[in-house]
Design a protein around this ligand. Structure first.
Ligand code: TXE
Length: 459
């Protein structure tokens, strides 16, 4: 049994009030997690650490990010083991997606920080110098689907820009954030620069968002929680970055290379049991290739390995959508049932015959469930892709018209003939109800700093 502790001011702290962390693989209790309700102590620790941290040079902070990356990398198997135990995902996904990319987040921002160029704007008689100052104390709130990856995606740039952090991982998946705290303690990261508190969202998460001395909130999670976070933070004029849900479409045009499209769309459908905000949960296929595509897609699905979903409660939500699909007239082409074993397992499920405007095809399910739809023209496919309230990501599969179609999709990110091919320098974020703001590369550094202009008149 692992005892998860809060990490505040460089010290590990347990609370008498705690709750269980349950494995989705078999519903066994794997850890005890402190039920924090108040972040005053963490904010005090962050406030006293921030001035010295912010006074370091960018190069010195980049060196710290590299030290974190090196230590994490030396224990990469342990990260994968913990992540796999906490989320139920297969070991190769936990290693290659979660653990590797978490290390890369620290390393990427270290390299990016070293290459950051100063910005100046020359006038005929004066020079403007843009100075990027730390915000101060920032709050980072992350979800359970890619626990350390999404948390480190926020921690690395926030540290780089000289802020002190109050971070809260999802209460369902606290293990790798706790592991990161141990790593930071081991390498001697200055105390109070990174504080990690555990607990329920409406308690400690809300306390972070409400705290007047936390001046920026970067949140990744569900759209309905995002609304609460925005409603709380906006009247306090906090900087806010919201990365919310998605209902992304994969468009397979009539000229698609099916050798690429079939495995690509399948991976977009079911990687991490469909629990990635970028997953393509709506598969739109041109009628001319529909049957060939579907035959191959369903055949390859038979050997696609997935883990359980995150919890019994989440499985109930996903199953309720499979029921809804049946009521809405859908045909289950594959899956639809719960395998006969312990844990939050659901068969990967493919549903056809639904209107693209049905609830099943427009609401976020966030599980191993996709709907497939036939279209006759690029215009129709684009219209179908754009018919939801979400606008996070998407993919287009075509030999010749991919980019042209991609530009007409109302989403923050669209891949052509690939999916989840990530360059960390590019803007990451959604339009419509999928969020506000962008992170990634320069966008992250912009979010985690205050850009101040100094205009110097020349003699
Ligand atoms: O996420 P929550 P949940 C979607 C997905 C899923 C749904 C709900 O559709 O089914 O959201 O999942 C913290 N103030 N995504 O309920 O609650 C919470 O503790 C501050 C999409 O698990 O949004 C956790 O750390 N924080 C998504 C984080 O918010 C609060 C990934 C996210 O949890 C809070 C996960 C509050 N009032 C779910 N309430 C994506 N975009 O990747 C909760 N939290």
């Amino acid at each position: 049994m692992i005892q998860v502790e809060n990490y505040i001011g460089g010290k590990f702290v347990t609370l008498s009030d705690d709750f269980d962390d349950i494995s989705p693989l078999d519903f066994s209790i794997i850890a005890k997690v402190p039920r924090t309700k108040n972040v005053d102590g963490a904010v005090e620790a962050a406030k006293s650490a921030q001035p010295d941290w912010g006074a370091l040079s960018i190069e010195q902070r980049c060196d710290w990010l590299d030290k974190i990356a090196n230590e994490l990398e030396s224990q990469i198997e342990e990260i994968a083991r913990l992540e796999s135990m906490d989320t139920g995902k297969p070991h190769h996904v936990a290693l290659n997606v979660d653990a590797n990319r978490s290390v890369n987040n620290f390393r990427f921002f270290a390299d990016f920080g070293r290459k950051m160029e100063s910005q100046t704007f020359q006038m005929p008689d004066a020079t403007n110098y843009v100075v990027r100052k730390p915000i101060g104390v920032v709050g980072l709130i992350s979800p359970w689907n890619l626990p350390l990856y999404l948390l480190s995606w926020k921690i690395a740039p926030a540290l780089l820009m000289g802020n002190a952090i109050i971070a809260k991982p999802s209460e369902i998946t606290p293990l790798t954030a706790h592991f990161l705290a141990k790593v930071c303690s081991k390498i001697g990261l200055p105390e109070g620069v990174l504080n990690i508190v555990h607990g329920y969202g409406p308690e400690v998460g809300q306390a972070i968002v409400e705290h007047p001395e936390i001046r920026a909130i970067s949140f990744t999670g569900g759209t309905s929680t995002g609304k609460i976070v925005a409603a709380t933070a906006a009247p306090m004029f906090k900087k806010l970055s919201l990365e919310l849900g998605g209902k992304n479409a994969s468009l397979v045009l009539d000229d698609a290379d099916l050798d690429l499209a079939v495995p690509g769309v399948l991976r977009a459908s079911f990687l991490n049991s469909g629990q990635i905000c970028l997953c393509g949960s709506r598969v739109l296929v041109h009628s001319a290739i529909y049957y060939e595509f579907m035959d191959r897609y369903l055949e390859e699905l038979k050997s696609f390995e997935i883990g359980p979903v995150i919890s019994d409660e989440h499985r109930s939500k996903v199953l309720s959508y499979i029921e809804l699909a049946k009521q809405e007239g859908g045909t289950i082409l594959s899956g639809g049932s719960v395998p006969d074993k312990q844990g939050a397992w659901i068969e990967p499920t493919v549903i056809s015959g639904l209107s693209h405007e049905s609830r099943t095809a427009t609401e976020e399910i966030f599980g191993p469930v996709v709907t497939v739809h036939k279209f006759e023209s690029d215009e129709e496919a684009i219209k179908m892709a754009n018919c939801t309230q979400y606008g996070l990501a998407g993919s287009v599969w075509s030999k010749g018209r991919g980019r042209e179609v991609a530009e007409q999709i109302e989403s923050g990110m669209v891949w052509v003939n690939t999916w989840l091919h990530r360059d960390l320098r590019v803007p990451f974020g959604g339009v419509k109800d999928s969020g506000v703001g962008r992170e990634g590369g320069m966008w992250s550094l912009g979010f985690f700093s205050e850009a101040v202009n100094i205009c110097v008149m020349e003699d």
